[in-house]
Design a binder for this molecule. Structure first.
Ligand code: C2E
Ligand code: CA
Ligand code: CA
Ligand code: CA
Length: 279
C-alpha cells in the first residue's frame, strides 16, 4: 500500500500542471519574502500638466528576491491575494510608504502625496481604517500625505460596506482614488455616494485615445462626469505627446506615465521631488 501511495504521488507530481507547481513555488518563497522584508517600493511621478510640477507619487511594489532579482507585482500579487499573504504584504507596503513620506517631510523637501494600492482582500477587512491609522501614527505620517487607490470592481463587490470604509478614510483625511476607472461596472448612482477625490482613467483607454473614437469618448466623458461630481481625474499610462495633448484639451487634471517618468527608486524619486516638487 505504501509503494502504491508513493507511485500515485510520483505520478501526480510528474503530471502536475507546470503552472500549479510554479504557483506553489511562488507561494513558498513569498512566505519567506514576507518574513525577510524583501519588498521595495518604486515611485511613479504624477504631474500637473499645466506647469509640469510633481503633485504625487504612486507607490508600486517590487519583490527584490535573492534568486530571481526584481519581480514585478503582476507575477506575485495574484498569488498573494489567493493565499491571504496580501494582507501582510499590504501592511508592509503601506508602512514603507508612510516612512518615506515622513522622511521626505523631515528632510524639508516639497510636500507630495504618496498613493498606495489596496487589494480586494484588504478592503474586506472591517478594521482596515484602524489598522492603517495605527501605521501612520507609528511612522509619523500625516493622513493628508497619503492616498489610497482601489479599483472600481473592488468597491462594487460590496458597495455599501465600501462606502462605510471609504467614509472612515475620508474622515481621517486620507485621499482616495478609484483605479482602473472604466473597466468595471460602476453605477453612476453609487459613484456619487463614494467619497473619493479622484478617478484614474485606465491605461487601456489612454493607449489609442487619439485614434480610437470609442476610447476618446470614454475618456472625455469620464473627465466631464468626474468634474461634475467634484472629482479630479488622473490619466495613467500616458506615453506620447499626442495622448497628453488630447487629455489636456479635455481637462484632465493629472498625468502619470512613461512620457513624464517611469517608476523610480526611492533615491531617484527624492531627486525628482527636490527638482520638480511644488512649494
Ligand atoms: P496599476 O495600479 O494600474 O499601476 C500602474 C501600472 O502601469 C504599473 O505597473 C506601472 O509601472 C505601469 N505604467 C505606468 N505608466 C506606464 C506607461 O506609460 N506605459 C505602460 N505600458 N505602463 C505604465 P506595475 O508596477 O507592474 O504594477 C502592476 C499592478 O500591480 C498595478 O497596476 C497594481 O494593480 C498592482 N500593484 C502594484 N503595487 C501594488 C501594491 O503595493 N499593492 C497591491 N495590492 N497591488 C499593487
Ligand atoms: Ca494603481
Ligand atoms: Ca491603474
Ligand atoms: Ca491598470
Amino acid at each position: 500500500a505504501k509503494a502504491a501511495g508513493r507511485n500515485t504521488y510520483q505520478m501526480f507530481t510528474r503530471e502536475m500542471h507546470t503552472a500549479a507547481r510554479q504557483r506553489l513555488a511562488i507561494e513558498n518563497s513569498l512566505r519567506s519574502a514576507v518574513a525577510n522584508d524583501e519588498f521595495v517600493l518604486h515611485y511613479q511621478p504624477q504631474v500637473d500638466p499645466a506647469n509640469g510640477r510633481l503633485v504625487g507619487f504612486e507607490a508600486l511594489v517590487r519583490w527584490q528576491n535573492p534568486e530571481n532579482g526584481l519581480v514585478f507585482p503582476d507575477r506575485f500579487i495574484p498569488v498573494a491575494e489567493e493565499t491571504g499573504l496580501i494582507l501582510e504584504i499590504g501592511r508592509q507596503v503601506f508602512e514603507k510608504a508612510c516612512r518615506q513620506a515622513a522622511a521626505w517631510r523631515e528632510a524639508g523637501l516639497p510636500p507630495v502625496k504618496i498613493a498606495v494600492n489596496l487589494s480586494a482582500r484588504q478592503l474586506r477587512q472591517p478594521d482596515l481604517p484602524e489598522t492603517l491609522s495605527a501605521i501612520m501614527k507609528s511612522c509619523g505620517a500625516d493622513p493628508g500625505m497619503m492616498e489610497l487607490e482601489m479599483t472600481e470592481s473592488m468597491t462594487m463587490e460590496r458597495p455599501v460596506e465600501s462606502i462605510r470604509i471609504l467614509g472612515a478614510f475620508k474622515e481621517m483625511g486620507i485621499g482616495l482614488a478609484i483605479d482602473d476607472f472604466g473597466t468595471g461596472y460602476s453605477s453612476l448612482s453609487y459613484l456619487k455616494l463614494f467619497p473619493v477625490d479622484k478617478l484614474k482613467i485606465d491605461r487601456s483607454f489612454v493607449k489609442d485615445i487619439e485614434v480610437d473614437p470609442d476610447d476618446a469618448a470614454i475618456a472625455s466623458a469620464t473627465i466631464a462626469m468626474a468634474h461634475t461630481l467634484g472629482k479630479k481625474v488622473v490619466a495613467e499610462g500616458v506615453e506620447t505627446q499626442a495622448q497628453l495633448e488630447f487629455l489636456v484639451r479635455h481637462g484632465c487634471d493629472i498625468i502619470q506615465g512613461y512620457l513624464f517618468s517611469k517608476p523610480l527608486s526611492a533615491e531617484e524619486a527624492e531627486l525628482y521631488l527636490s527638482k520638480r516638487g511644488e512649494e
